[in-house]
Design a protein around this ligand. Structure first.
Ligand code: FAD
Ligand code: NAP
Length: 322
């Protein structure tokens, strides 16, 4: 039978953004509910080594880090729900979310932490070699390719920025693009073309990712989009940078978004245009997209939710007295 769950702070999403909001919200006595979604723990559960999350001298594993975050959130009083939200009602004064289970979640405040997913090429070998040479995050994994050959696939700002970033680690970076002009801004293109460590390969589509004897990425099979000619490029690492899709389908027509679907917030805050509704992490951040920034904005969302409730409760008490 469908149940209604009520809370002072409803959080949709259980990545670093949602769980950090939960830790702060629980410690502030808001008894948060986190609806975990299809990927409990978020994107870090599909990676291995994490070397840039502060607090750990040694390399840690993404799934382990997220288990610890979840345990910490539960320990301080968060309720975890294994459900996927399929629709939301943001009319207020309480915000409602309906789960795939049929359960209804009602929050006096709402924190949206649904994240973003990297877009993948969808060709053979890509998912099989993910974490074994194939990645969608140069900031996260570039370090592992020090002194090695890497390729970046894509022609937008992200691809060019990833290629430039990778030159900090690698002397041989090849950008592979399916057309003969880049979509990236001119200033980034200028930097790319001026960098002697970067070579651009035009008009090439990746047909498949090929592994070596060690089960790690060895090469990419390419096809020329003009001539159909087939070739192979040897590489140690491949970074797919063809765009990210924020998980904002639920909020279309209900909250303002930019042209690529990221939720818009008041600059420097997690506040959406609806008082009491906050957004944190990758779903509102197409620039940094890191666990630490998601956690930071999750903390901000909880602090702002607490302040919102304090002001509201104070105003209501004043009305009763008057
Ligand atoms: P996410 O982690 O994307 O979590 C989103 C959450 O929302 C998930 O729990 C999902 O189930 C939930 N959700 C979505 N839709 C719904 C719904 N309808 N109902 C309920 N729940 C829903 N960053 C680093 O700092 N260091 C790294 O080393 C690093 N490595 C990475 C490696 C890989 C392979 C990838 C893909 C990313 C990596 N990142 C890394 C980036 C980092 O994972 C993200 O920036 C971070 O996870 C964003 O956190 P988030 O909380 O905003 O969202
Ligand atoms: P994007 O601008 O959509 O570019 C995606 C690139 O990937 C395009 O070059 C596209 O090729 C290519 N691509 C898409 N699907 C492909 C496929 N199946 N096979 C091969 N190539 C494929 O995405 P983005 O670069 O991630 O940027 C997203 C948004 O964030 C943009 O608005 C961007 O300006 C912004 N952004 C800004 C900054 C910054 O301001 N510094 C940094 C990063 C991102 P085609 O060109 O042929 O379509």
């Amino acid at each position: 039978m469908a149940t209604t769950h009520k809370t002072r702070m409803l959080i949709i999403g259980s990545g670093p953004g949602g769980l950090s909001a939960a830790i702060y919200g629980a410690r502030a006595g808001m008894q948060p509910i986190v609806v975990q979604g299809l990927q409990p723990g978020g994107q870090l559960t599909i990676t291995t080594d994490v070397e840039n999350y502060p607090g750990f001298r040694e390399v840690i594993q993404g799934p382990w880090l997220m288990q610890e975050m979840e345990a910490q959130a539960v320990h301080v009083g968060t309720r975890m729900m294994y459900d996927v939200i399929t629709s939301v009602d943001l009319e207020g004064p309480t915000f409602k979310a309906i789960g795939d289970s049929g359960d209804v979640y009602e929050g006096e405040t709402l924190v949206i932490a649904t994240g973003a997913q990297a877009q993948w090429l969808g060709v053979p070998g890509e998912q099989e070699l993910s974490g074994k040479g194939v990645s969608a995050c140069a900031t996260c994994d570039g370090f592992f390719y020090r002194g090695k050959k890497v390729v970046v696939i894509g022609g937008g700002n992200t691809a060019v920025e990833e290629a430039l970033y990778l030159t900090n680690h690698s002397d041989e970076v090849t950008l592979i693009h399916r057309r003969d002009t880049l979509r990236a801004e001119k200033i980034l293109q200028d930097r790319l073309f001026a960098n002697p460590k970067i070579k651009v390969v035009w008009n090439q589509r990746v047909e498949r990712f090929l592994d070596g004897e060690n089960g790690e990425l060895r090469a990419l099979a390419l096809i020329d989009t003009q001539t159909g000619e087939q070739s192979e490029i040897l590489t140690d690492g491949a970074f797919v940078a063809i765009g990210h899709a924020p998980a904002t389908e639920l909020f279309k027509g209900k909250l303002p978004m930019d042209e690529t679907g990221y939720l818009l917030v008041e600059p420097g805050t997690p506040k959406t245009e609806i008082p009491g509704v906050f957004a944190c992490g990758d779903v509102m951040d197409h620039t940094y997209r890191q666990a630490i920034t998601a956690a930071g904005t999750g903390c901000m969302a909880a602090l702002d939710a607490e302040r919102y409730l304090a002001h509201r409760d104070f105003a209501e008490a004043a009305k009763v007295e008057a």
